[in-house]
Write a protein that binds this ligand. Sequence first.
Ligand code: AMP
Ligand code: ZN
Length: 432
Amino acid sequence: MYWEKDVETLSRAKLEKLQLVQLKDTISRAQKSFYYGKTFKEKGLNVNSVKSLHDINKFSFTTKDDLREHWPYGFIAVPKEELVRMHSSSGTTGRATVVFHTAHDIAVWANLLARCMYMAGMRKGDVFQNMMTYGLFTGGLGFHYGAEKIGALVIPAGAGNSKRQIQLMRDFETTVVHVIPSYALHLSAVFNELKINPRKDTKVKIAFLGAEPHTEKMRKKIEEIYGYKAFNSYGLSEMNGPGVAFECPYQNGMHIWEDSFLVEIINPKTLQPVADGEEGELVMTTLQREGMPLIRYRTKDLTKIIPEPCVCGRTHRRIERIKGRTDDMLILKGVNIYPMQVERKLMEIEGVGTNFLIVLDREGFNDLMTVKVEVDRKYFSGDMKQLDALRKKIVEGLKSEILITPKVDLVEPDSIPKGEGKAVRVVDNRKD
Ligand code: AMP
Ligand code: ZN
């Protein structure tokens, strides 16, 4: 019944034994990278430092900044010619964090996704329409390889072009889709416009929702509109991408694949572990990756372990739906955006003042980003042409940096309220 029943239902004792062997392997491999070679040496650590899983505590955390500082190849642990694929995190045109994979890594990753999709009910014979961005981002190719492994017919539709998505779905009788939740809502408005009823006029029965936070209420709403079952899919490019944690048919938390990832939940302030069932930041160590092993990677995602075993029989523990972030990253249409990126870009443009505010709204089924920017008073002298030219320049500048086209409102100096203390850069009005 299961894709990999042996692994998925391994007893906890056996699973932990397996993890210990894998952790030791990972430490030996990681040591070959420039970064871990250096940091292990500083602390006098090596594979002999690991006698139990608990010994992971001896090692330092790895952060996104560490990855950026050792860009591009400081973390690779195999000769470069062994690498077959590179991916990056979504959302920046600058020094995005990059992850490299060997052929073995790609095979393991495909397997994890096949496991996830099979768990949710996808089978050979299904028609799978992947509405995620292909390319550097992981949602496209990650799912693609997993779906092929199951033997489904894959339609690599990519993101956007809603009318074509609907046409593909109808012409080829798609049964399973992978979609960003906000795009699923947007697409439903297009269905409406075309007077097509997705519940009756398509054959989709399963959807995988991933890449951005969404509430239980939003899932229910999407399931209600489309009449399919929607499964939460969690991952991040640093841990391959999708295929890290996924819902089983009981849709009650996501099984995190512990034969591939060693999981810790820490208090983001004290950096100490929290008890099972308590909320904290998810930290993971890759257990199978060759090309670029990562030790104690801080995801900045907030969640908790669900301590009770799942009725489905899988022994890999579940995490709750992601609650938020410990940093200020926001996700719009599946794209990661840091307010700092907006600030940096704005400050490069002449005429821009010192204050700005990002406002996120949901209008109907559309997520919108408005950036209010204070600009020099001289632009308000009555010459609209000058103001329009500046606005255009800012829109284009921001688009090139954050990959999303924001609406830009130019306002006079001192018109954005300054709070006391840390500036408020983001107001998120998106509701379910
Ligand atoms: P990326 O590095 O571009 O793959 O982005 C990964 C980030 O997207 C994660 O660290 C999460 O913050 C977010 N993310 C991905 N999937 C989900 C999900 N199912 N629920 C909530 N957030 C998610
Ligand atoms: Zn389960």
